[in-house]
Design a protein around this ligand. Structure first.
Ligand code: PMT
Length: 405
């Protein structure tokens, strides 16, 4: 039986030549006994007819925000609430920009804004439009907010260009959705606390010591757990990122504040992940007033910060399964394995950050170590690394539980 059986799916179609492929996607959904409501943008109606979509989906097709008849049958807010999932295929560059901006200037964007259902998008556009920095920024920002991307694929395009931007095939979109639905809530009951981002250690009221962590890796992990139904607490240093859906966020600034929040959370959760780049040292005496320039040199005395993950790893009571990170520029595996032992962790994610890669970047490649094993995650987006990391952690946690029983 398909996981999509009896699921209510709003299929949004935006303007693009790939719209004809969506007919086959809807057919697959209907074959899996899903309920389908189709919403067209005005541009999409130029490519596929409401009549065809009505026949395939078995329901009236909606295409206007200000259509009294449609509002009588099923209003836009009702449709947003009705949906278990929203799938937009094809999603044009224009639609992604509007979705990212939170606009509600047509029926489909309004439904997306008004729904609490997970949103999947299958982009389709010219390869140059796809590569544009602004489109990539929109995609990145939507991903961080929990929108799932399916494709696009690479290849020859309708306009004659060759490159990334072709909509995924209907069967691919169907499979991703089906898998996501069967996975969707499998981690319900698991509670996880995650640290992310940098810390800032004040020197005086206007200066601080920090590092280049953007928080992207830690936020991606929080999102990956939340999407699978886990209860997630994200303890974040100062970053410029939106909070992923269904994640409780605690903002901190210094390592000492992060330590306080993390230790309180650790004992209340079954899993703790230290992804933050915590300052090892802080300024011994923070100046009360801005330090004035004087002389050619100045000296700051630094004192050691508490080691958050080591303190969690060494907890005697209510110790969660503890996963650390090791950001290293040399001897990566060796240093990571040393931290695994010294900090008493269950798992460590070795991160080769040599050459300025990883900090602030969208991609990563982790190597995971545990007591008697290791696995390499090939380079991919931080979102994909996070999903693989979640799988690996859950597997090791289950093994540990089985050993105890
Ligand atoms: O935020 P991004 O831009 O996406 O970058 C991601 C990242 C590179 C920051 C992340 O993937 C990463 O590797 N985080 C760990 C960075 C780090 O400080 O590593 P470390 O080797 O110095 O620390 C080892 C472990 O101890 C880490 O789990 C760290 O959170 C923890 N630690 C360190 C010092 C301290 N005082 N308390 C700690 O808990």
């Amino acid at each position: 039986m398909s996981s999509l059986q009896n699921k209510r799916i709003v299929v949004g179609i935006t303007g693009g030549i790939a719209a004809y492929k969506t007919i086959e996607f809807i057919r697959l959904l209907r074959k899996a006994n899903a309920e389908v409501r189709v919403v067209l943008t005005p541009a999409a109606a130029e490519f596929v007819t409401p009549l065809t979509l009505q026949a395939i989906s078995g329901n009236a097709v909606s295409h206007s925000l200000l259509d009294p008849q449609a509002e009588l049958a099923m209003g836009h807010i009702e449709l947003a609430k009705w949906a278990d999932f929203v799938v937009i295929a094809p999603a044009s560059a224009d639609f992604l920009a509007r979705l990212n901006a939170g606009m509600a200037n047509d029926l489909l964007s309004t439904i997306c804004l008004a729904t609490a259902a997970p949103i999947f998008v299958a982009p389709a556009m010219n390869q140059q439009m796809f590569r544009q920095a602004i489109t990539q920024q929109n995609i990145q920002s939507l991903r961080l907010r929990g929108v799932e991307f399916i494709g696009p694929n690479s290849g020859e395009q309708a306009c004659g260009d060759v490159g990334a931007g072709r909509m995924s095939e209907p069967a691919e979109i169907f499979t991703v959705l089906e898998n996501a639905v069967s996975l969707s809530q499998d981690l319900m009951g698991l509670s996880v606390a995650i640290t992310a981002g940098p810390t800032q250690e004040a020197i005086d009221p206007v200066r601080y010591i920090s590092n280049h962590s953007s928080g992207k890796m830690g936020f991606a992990i929080a999102q990956a757990f939340a999407q699978r139904g886990a209860t997630v607490t994200l303890i974040s240093g100062p970053v410029n990122l939106p909070t992923p859906n269904n994640v409780r966020r605690i903002d901190v600034v210094s390592a000492q504040q992060m330590w306080q929040a993390a230790l309180e959370s650790a004992v209340q959760n079954s899993l703790f992940i230290g992804c933050a780049a915590v300052a090892d040292y802080r300024v011994a005496n923070i100046a009360e007033q801005k330090i004035k320039k004087a002389g050619d040199e100045m000296q700051l005395t630094l004192v050691k910060n508490p080691d958050i993950i080591a303190d969690v790893g060494h907890l005697r009571e209510n110790r969660p399964f503890t996963v650390g990170f090791a950001a290293e520029t040399q001897n990566v595996a060796e240093y990571a394995k040393d931290k695994l032992q010294r900090k008493k962790l269950d798992m460590i994610c070795a991160n080769d950050v040599s050459g300025g890669q990883v900090f602030g970047a969208d991609q990563n490649a982790l190597q995971l170590f545990w007591q008697n094993g290791s696995i390499k995650l090939p380079q991919s987006s931080k979102q994909q690394q996070a999903q693989k990391l979640v799988d690996a952690i859950v597997e090791k946690m289950n093994e540990k539980t089985n050993e105890k029983n």
